[in-house]
Design a protein around this ligand. Structure first.
Ligand code: ARG
Length: 469
């Protein structure tokens, strides 16, 4: 057998530099399992459609399984001369099953084969990412339940704004990661479409049964148009867009962990097992894990931009450019998966410093809105109350006193609507508990949100576990 399946028309050998330049085996070797699964389904379909015999099919399948074992155990030789994983496996098949190996590629092209492989790969990885995000959401819900009594300042413009429950803050991330979960689930619908049978681009003359191949590989749909089947990479771009957004969420969370663990905030302490030291400054304990997660966000954005740019303006149908989809895709999958995993491990090990958070809530005129609300409840229009409290804040700043540290006389000098009930209204507890509007930070609201989320995510985890057993 000629070494390259396509070299029949070539009189000269490929230049070694060209082999090295065009080869993708260093990257797409990671697709071997999916490639073999796809080839086995293809063999079964060829036999069912009487394109090859049952005996030939069994022999091909046996050989493919042997090759799977060789690759798994590291007994397989990869070389640039054979370009990609598809050619490696097909070429090696001859050593296992002899000349029947030359029938494997009947009614198939590497163009539809690689489209199938990436879909199988991304379906598998998306499911793992979805499951990982569910576990992360469960960790968040558990933490939110555990710290329901802890209050910290909520910020706008990174200035202390109003007090919130720490659990409420954590549950904001629960919402973000829930939307991420849904985005990956929706993407999965478009990944889960079977392209094999498009062949090079136009379909095939053989009486293939695409629905049968799809059912063997557990695809609910076959692709509609053979040209689109081999040139569509939308599902990769959608995945990368969802991954980028998910990394945006991780980067925001990471930024907060970095800030909170600084001496300036001291709201949290990362456990020693999740921190590193400095080689020069003995006192340092650095938040490298959240910093790296924040940094890795750029890689995932880069992958999205790479594949968008790669696909832009490509004429139909397959173009070799598309081989460049795999490095950014694989890198983004690995990066995101690693970030999800490390967060699941790191979060439960964070030490919370509630007294430091409480101290931060007691200064910075964080109860100014509540003083305005107090006046509004007693009949003052909100804008007027805003101005009146603004004056009280100015007075407090001049006299180095917080609003709740002013005497009743001092407070009453700003409005005669004020009586001693004001002191109760300005306590942190009241500020939290009076924010009962749906989605607000009162303990009742947040407890109910945690309860709903717990039910939701435990249900999701259960249904995934039931599907996979
Ligand atoms: N290695 C190629 C890729 O990843 C497989 C398809 C090659 N097809 C071709 N006509 N050269 O895209």
């Amino acid at each position: 057998m000629a070494e390259k399946p396509w070299d029949g028309r070539f009189a000269e050998k490929t230049d070694a530099a060209v082999e090295a330049f065009t080869s993708s085996i260093g990257i797409d070797r990671h697709l071997y399992d999916y490639d073999i699964d796809g080839s086995i389904a293809h063999c079964k379909m060829l036999a069912k459609a009487s394109i090859i015999t049952g005996e030939e099919s069994l022999s091909l399948i046996g050989g493919l399984e042997e090759i799977r074992g060789e690759i798994k155990e590291g007994n397989f030789e990869f070389s640039d001369r054979l370009e990609d994983i598809h050619m490696h496996i097909e070429n090696r098949l001859a050593a296992h099953v002899g000349s029947v190996s030359r029938k494997l590629h009947t009614a198939r092209s590497r163009n539809d084969q690689v489209a199938l492989d990436i879909r199988l790969y991304l379906r598998d990885k998306s499911r793992k990412i979805i499951y990982g995000l569910m576990q992360l959401r469960k960790v968040l819900v558990d933490m939110a339940g555990r710290y329901i009594d802890v209050v910290l300042p909520g910020y706008t413009h990174l200035q202390r704004a109003q007090p919130v429950l720490f659990s409420h803050h954590l549950m904001a991330y629960y919402e973000m990661f829930t939307r991420d979960t849904r985005r990956f689930e929706e993407g999965l619908e478009r990944i889960n479409v079977m392209p094999l049978g498009a062949a090079a681009l136009a379909g095939t003359t053989y009486p293939i049964d695409r629905a049968y191949t799809a059912s063997l590989l557990d695809f609910p749909k076959v692709s509609e148009n053979s040209m689109d089947s081999v040139s569509d990479r939308d599902f990769i771009i959608e995945f990368l867009a969802a991954a980028s957004l998910c990394m945006v969420h991780f980067s925001r969370f990471s930024e907060e962990l970095v800030l909170w663990s600084s001496s300036e905030f001291k709201f949290i302490e990362l456990s020693d097992a999740f921190s590193t030291g400095s080689s020069i400054m003995p006192q340092k304990k650095n938040p490298d894990v959240p910093e790296l997660v924040r940094g890795k966000t750029g890689r995932v954005f880069g992958s999205l931009i790479s594949v968008l740019t790669l696909m832009k303006s490509l004429p139909l149908a397959y173009n070799r450019d598309m081989q460049e989809d795999k490095p950014p895709l694989f890198d983004a999958v690995e990066t995101l998966t690693a970030c999800i995993d490390i967060y699941i491990r790191m979060l439960p090990n964070i030490k919370i410093n509630p007294s430091q958070m409480a101290d931060a809530v007691s200064t910075g005129y964080i109860n100014a809105t509540d003083m305005a609300d107090f006046l509004v409840c007693r009949g003052m229009p909100f804008r007027e109350a805003h101005g009146c409290v603004g004056k009280a804040v100015g007075y407090g700043l001049e006299n180095k006193k917080e609003l709740h540290e002013l005497s009743l006389d001092e407070l009453q000098s700003f409005s005669d609507l004020i009586n001693e009930d004001i002191f109760q209204a300005l306590t942190t507890r009241q500020m939290i508990e009076r924010r009962k509007s749906y989605g607000g930070t009162s303990t009742d609201n947040v407890s109910a949100a945690i309860h709903r989320a717990e039910k939701q995510v435990v249900g999701e985890i259960k249904s995934i576990t039931a599907q996979s057993t």
